[in-house]
Structures are given as structure tokens and as C-alpha cells.
Design a protein around this ligand. Structure first.
Ligand SMILES: Cc1ncc(COP(=O)(O)O)c(C=O)c1O
Length: 455
């Protein structure tokens, strides 16, 4: 037998076929006219591979549910809110002080936004029906993009229907297997998936560790064609501001592109809410790719990329999440444009949010809570370590009328579970002070219950 048919025979042996099927297959391979026993091959596939409930990720879901049940815990996620979710929320008829909402500037129920939505819906309907490439655009699409570009001081912007998809599509469109991406360990899942899809090499450094980044650049940059440095403006899990001026310097020194995800820094950082470029007083054009989401400060849905005209032109024709996905509903584009205008016209909102954020961080620190390296903008993490403790603490807080959700593995590394408190310009000092006092008092209770469970 040739080497090839020996390999095939070995394959057949491993599949564990019935003798008669093996004989038929070997006869077919010798060209003796028998048909291949496809039915037999199919039969040898273990049923395990034909069911969803044998997937390892499902086993994980079941384990988590069983642990939660044993502790008498309800699932803290996917709760249904009875109505509007701003600084207060109502769940199952109970009013809760809400720290799990991204309505940073308190615009989510603003009359002007209601009017913008209603006018656009009346004129353009609800859906953009298909990709803008084929179904065409509506005036609110370009109006929002121009307003974003103007506000950020760059040439152009492009809006996508998903913030997550914006990152995945953009990174994967621009970079490829001969390129390299350097990103913070704390990068959002969408940045990681974009890098993976691009097939570029990826090197990760501890959050904001510029010395580690420099070391990686010195070691690896020269081995690749294009290089991308990716960061978040304000890290969504840690509330830490990026070190933008140093990243710009490194980008120049090592000939890289720089991308900044401003999902949590738009509206929250900088005197007018224009993010980290405004905060550090750097030229926005020194960053190649500005990304942000429209779902938080701008009360809509989706994401944007802002930068040069060449960049938006490439993405307009190449980014799969733009070309092959529906255009943003025109009424949501109109809402986000209106929210952006409100933010710029009413800097007091940004100021109040920043005061509230600083107040919450210092109150948490004074109460002895671990807030990591949080910078005091928009979100305050309270690090508790153990995932179970985080879930328990969230439940205990909810029983006392405070809504703050736990972030556990895989959202953050194992052992660094936390509660994230999202601050709004609408929160009162009393609300914030009460939330922190309760957290301080209930954390030991949650810890004790975790220990009892482990014991
Ligand atoms: C840093 C960051 N980037 C991207 C996204 C994805 O945005 P969206 O939820 O609007 O899809 C998020 C979501 O919260 C985020 O925190």
C-alpha cells in the first residue's frame, strides 16, 4: 500500500468502524467499485458533538446556577426594569437607587431628545432597512457623523449600529497577519476580538504600564509591518484614565497607529466632556483612530470611528460591520446628535458628573473600600476579590434599595471580582453617601457568608 493509503487505513482504525464497512471502504480505495460507507462514518461521530448541552460553556453555566441556588441567590443579571432607568430604577415595583446605568449626563429622558426621536421617526420611519451601502443613507446619519467629527476636531466620522461591532470590524479591517497589536490587559472584549479576527500578533501589557509597553515595542515592533497601540480612554472595568501623552510619544517613537476607545470617556472626561484629548490638551489628530459608543452619554445605540477621511473611507467600503450590517435607525442617529449638542451647550452636566464622581471615589476611599487605581471619573469600582462575595454584596445592597452590579470572571480576571458603581450627573450627594455607607457595612457580611459557604 502507498503511504497515503496507509494513512487512510490508520484513520479508519481510529474511527472504529465496523468490519464490513472497513472492507467496503478499503475496496473503494482499491477502485473495486463499492460505494463509500458514509452512513457508517456519520454513525461513529460521538453524540456528544451533536448537542448543545454537552458544550463546556454550558456546563459552566450550570455550575454557576447550582452554586447560586445553594446560596439562595437569584441571578443578578438580565433583570427587567419596570420603566425608565436613570439615577433611580424600578424593578418588580421596588424603587432602587441606581448605580448600574450609563446615562452619565442624565439626558436619557430629556424632552429635546424625545422630540428629535419623534421628528425623525415621523419623517424616516423606524428602520434604515438595510446596509447604508445598498439601502442608502438618511440625513441624520451624515448629520451625526459631521457633528462628531466637528466636536472632536478631526476630519470625519462613521457610525456603526453596534459599539462592540465597531471595534471588531475596524481592527479586523485595518490590520492583518503581518501586523502587530499592543494592548492593555484590561481591554474591552470587542478590542480583543477585533485583534483576534485580524490575525495580527498580539502583545498584552498590564493596564497603563508604559515601561512594559516600551519593552514589548523594543522587542517586537521591528518584526512586523503595521503596528497598532490600543487603549481605552477611561478603562471601563477600573475607572482608570489612560496615559495618552505617553502613548502618543511611544506611537511616534515606534511608528505605530494609536486607537483610543472612548466608550466611557466621552461625556465624562475633559471640561466639555470631549474625552481624553481635551483632558490632556493634546491635538486630537495625534490619535489615528478615535472610537466611542453612542449607547452611553449619547443615549442611542452603536459606535463611531472618528479620524481622517482616508480612515472613514476605507471603513465605509471595507468594514464588514458597516458594509454588511443595517444602517443605524435614523431616529437614533437624530437622538445621539441631539444629546451631543446638549452636552456641548450645557457643560454644567459634565461638571456635575465630575463632582459626583470625585465625591463618590473619595467617600469610598474614606470608608476603607478598595477602589484600585480609579481616577475619579464616571465609574468607581469596589474590588472584593471573590466572585461569590461580589454577587452576595450586590444582592444585599439591592435588598437595601441600591442597585450596583457585580463584575466577575470572565469579565475580569479570576480573583478580582468587583462591584462597579456608575455615577450620573443626576445622582444626589445623599444617594452617593448612602450607597457607600451600605457597601462598607455589608461587605463584611458578604465576606462572612462566602467563607461559611466555602467552609
Ligand atoms: C470600552 C468599551 N468598548 C466598547 C463597548 C461596546 O459598546 P456597545 O455596548 O455600545 O456595543 C463597551 C461596552 O460597554 C465598552 O465598555
Amino acid at each position: 500500500m502507498s503511504e497515503q493509503s496507509t494513512k487512510r487505513t490508520e484513520k479508519i482504525r481510529r474511527f472504529g468502524m465496523r468490519d464490513e464497512d472497513k472492507a467496503r471502504l478499503l475496496a473503494a480505495m482499491r477502485g473495486e467499485g463499492a460505494s463509500l460507507p458514509t452512513r457508517a462514518i456519520t454513525k461513529t461521530i460521538s453524540p456528544e458533538y451533536t448537542r448543545f448541552d454537552t458544550l463546556p460553556c454550558y456546563t459552566q453555566v450550570l455550575i454557576e446556577k447550582a452554586v447560586a441556588e445553594k446560596l439562595g441567590l437569584e441571578q443578578p443579571y438580565y433583570r427587567c426594569h419596570d420603566g425608565l432607568s436613570q439615577e433611580w430604577a424600578v424593578i418588580d415595583g421596588v424603587r432602587l437607587s441606581n448605580f448600574s446605568c450609563y446615562d452619565y449626563l442624565g439626558l436619557n429622558n430629556d424632552e429635546r431628545l424625545h422630540k428629535a426621536a419623534a421628528d425623525a421617526a415621523k419623517r424616516y420611519g423606524f428602520s434604515a432597512s438595510a446596509s447604508r451601502l445598498t439601502a442608502g443613507e438618511r440625513p441624520p446619519h451624515r448629520a451625526l457623523e459631521q457633528a462628531l467629527a466637528e466636536a472632536f476636531g478631526v476630519e470625519d466620522a462613521l457610525v456603526f449600529v453596534s459599539g462592540h461591532g465597531t471595534n471588531v470590524s475596524t481592527i479586523a479591517s485595518l490590520f492583518g497577519p503581518k501586523d502587530v497589536i499592543f494592548s492593555d490587559q484590561a481591554s474591552h472584549n470587542s478590542l480583543v476580538l477585533g485583534a483576534q479576527l485580524s490575525q495580527a500578533a498580539r502583545f498584552v501589557y498590564p493596564i497603563n504600564d508604559m515601561a512594559a509597553l516600551r519593552k514589548l515595542l523594543a522587542q517586537h515592533r521591528a518584526n512586523f509591518q503595521r503596528a497598532l497601540l490600543v487603549t481605552e480612554g477611561l478603562f471601563g472595568m477600573d475607572g482608570v484614565l489612560t496615559r495618552l501623552p505617553e502613548l502618543i510619544a511611544l506611537k511616534r517613537e515606534y511608528s505605530c497607529f494609536l486607537m483610543v476607545d472612548e466608550a466611557h470617556s466621552l461625556g465624562t472626561v475633559g471640561p466639555r466632556g470631549l474625552g481624553v484629548a481635551e483632558h490632556y490638551g493634546v491635538d486630537p489628530k495625534s490619535v489615528d483612530i478615535w472610537m466611542g459608543t453612542l449607547s452611553k452619554t449619547l443615549c442611542g445605540c452603536g459606535g463611531y470611528i472618528a479620524g481622517s477621511k482616508v480612515l472613514t473611507e476605507i471603513l465605509r467600503f471595507e468594514a464588514p460591520g458597516f458594509v454588511y450590517s443595517v444602517g443605524m435607525p435614523p431616529m437614533l442617529a437624530a437622538v445621539s446628535r441631539c444629546a451631543l449638542a446638549c452636552m456641548l451647550e450645557e457643560p454644567w452636566r459634565v461638571e456635575r458628573l465630575q463632582e459626583n464622581s470625585r465625591y463618590m471615589l473619595s467617600a469610598a476611599q474614606e470608608a476603607g473600600l478598595a477602589t484600585g487605581n480609579a481616577s475619579g471619573y464616571a465609574l468607581v469600582p469596589v474590588l472584593v476579590g471573590n466572585s461569590l462575595t461580589a454577587v452576595l454584596l450586590s444582592k444585599l445592597l439591592m435588598e437595601k434599595g441600591v442597585l450596583a452590579l457585580p463584575i466577575i470572571y470572565p469579565g475580569v480576571p479570576e480573583g478580582s471580582a468587583r462591584l462597579r458603581f456608575f455615577v450620573s450627573a443626576r445622582h444626589t450627594r445623599e444617594q452617593i453617601a448612602r450607597a457607600i455607607e451600605l457597601t462598607r457595612d455589608l461587605l463584611p457580611v458578604a465576606r462572612e457568608r462566602t467563607e461559611n459557604f466555602a467552609g
